[in-house]
Design a protein around this ligand. Structure first.
Ligand code: FNR
Length: 339
């Protein structure tokens, strides 16, 4: 019986061979603090492609050095980063996977020397630094940094771009009423709080016509935060702007406790998919092939993002196929012993 987890999925001009996405995960391994890739990144991402992941997404990669979560993050703020990223892309694509990158700015959660920036001057928590409120000029420069990041991602050969709009980083900080107290057009109601992201998407689209995804934290777990109705509205606007898929994560915009259990975020992917009529990705404690197949068959999401299971086991796709009693193509060098 054919399994949906192993069926292809096409976004624009890109066909992913199955529904398995390696969820973006920071490796804090750019050890010279310059945002450059290292041999580790080549091996790490290539291994998941050999392991038959359909879409291998590179970790949160900073469009601005002040937007790094740590000084060991990957960067894409300089043309010098293109060459290293291009090598990672070709190693991913060599085994039939498509390559994606998550473009990011950490906003008030940046842990770097020098000033840090956010829509409003509010620290994430007491023991963290207070960011500077972004001026309109700073906002415009940062929007431009996302555009330049997309241009460089295209030059590096990525098939897919994802914007990091989740986990309390800069885009999320603009979206949430808990972190955005601005009085100008970038704040106020949901429409105002969406303005920063709206402008980023508009400029990115002037340089990138390939698949464009966004990760959102589709629940804030805090009183006064965006509600699921707000996220459905955002989903509609994102669809109108030509976003191809919303990768539905949750939390971390404020330090609230997240109730975690198998598939704990799937309901957000399901609701946004149904109510805003836009493709979604499900992520978060999805660990088995059966669980992934259930989510796809019940039309709760279109793609399955796998995080930690792919750190534990680069061959998770094969394990999922065994659970689903189906066979998947073996990487050529493994043909004799794979199934
Ligand atoms: C993450 N996560 C994450 N998310 C993201 O959007 N960008 C990122 O760079 C990172 N970095 C990161 C590093 C590490 C070490 C972990 C464990 C997680 C979150 C990740 O993509 C995923 O959404 C969560 O881990 C939940 O999925 P799993 O791990 O339960 O499948």
């Amino acid at each position: 019986m054919s399994r949906m987890l192993f069926s292809p999925y096409t976004i624009k001009n890109v066909t992913i061979k199955n529904r398995i996405v390696m969820s973006p995960m920071c490796m804090y391994s750019s050890d010279t603090k310059d945002g450059h890739t290292r041999p580790f990144h080549l091996a790490h991402y290539e291994a998941r492609s050999i392991g038959q992941v359909g879409l291998v997404m590179i970790e949160a990669t900073a469009v601005d050095p002040q937007g790094r979560i740590s000084d060991q993050d990957l960067g894409i703020w300089d043309d010098d980063h293109i060459e290293g990223l291009q090598k990672v892309v070709s190693r991913i694509q060599a085994h039939g996977a498509k390559a994606a990158i998550q473009l990011a700015h950490a906003g008030r959660k940046a842990m770097v020397d020098g000033d840090i920036f956010a829509p409003s001057a509010i620290a994430f928590q007491e023991d963290m630094r207070t960011p500077k409120e972004m001026t309109q000029t700073k906002i415009e420069e940062t929007i431009e940094a996302f555009k330049n990041g997309a241009t460089r991602a295209k030059k590096a050969g990525f098939d897919v771009i994802e914007l990091h709009g989740a986990h309390g980083y800069l885009i999320n900080e603009f979206l949430s009423p808990l972190t955005n107290k601005r009085k100008d057009e970038y704040g106020g109601d949901l429409k105002g709080r969406y303005m920063f992201l709206r402008n980023i998407i508009d400029v990115v689209k002037t340089v990138w016509d390939g698949p464009l995804l966004i990760r959102l934290s589709a629940a804030e777990y805090a009183e006064g935060g965006n509600t699921i109705e707000d996220f459905v509205q955002l989903g509609q606007w994102l669809k109108e702007q030509g976003i191809d898929l919303i990768d539905c994560s949750s939390g971390a915009v404020v330090p609230a406790k997240i109730p975690v259990f198998p598939g704990y975020q799937v309901k957000y992917a399901e609701t946004i998919r149904r109510e805003a009529d836009i493709p979604t990705g499900a992520v978060g404690m999805i660990t088995s092939g059966l669980q992934a197949e259930e989510i796809l068959r019940n039309e709760r999401a279109d793609l399955i993002f796998i995080g930690r299971e792919l750190l534990r086991n680069p061959y998770w796709a094969r394990q999922a196929a065994l659970e689903l009693n189906t066979e998947i193509e073996a990487p050529t060098p493994y043909k004799r012993g794979w199934n």
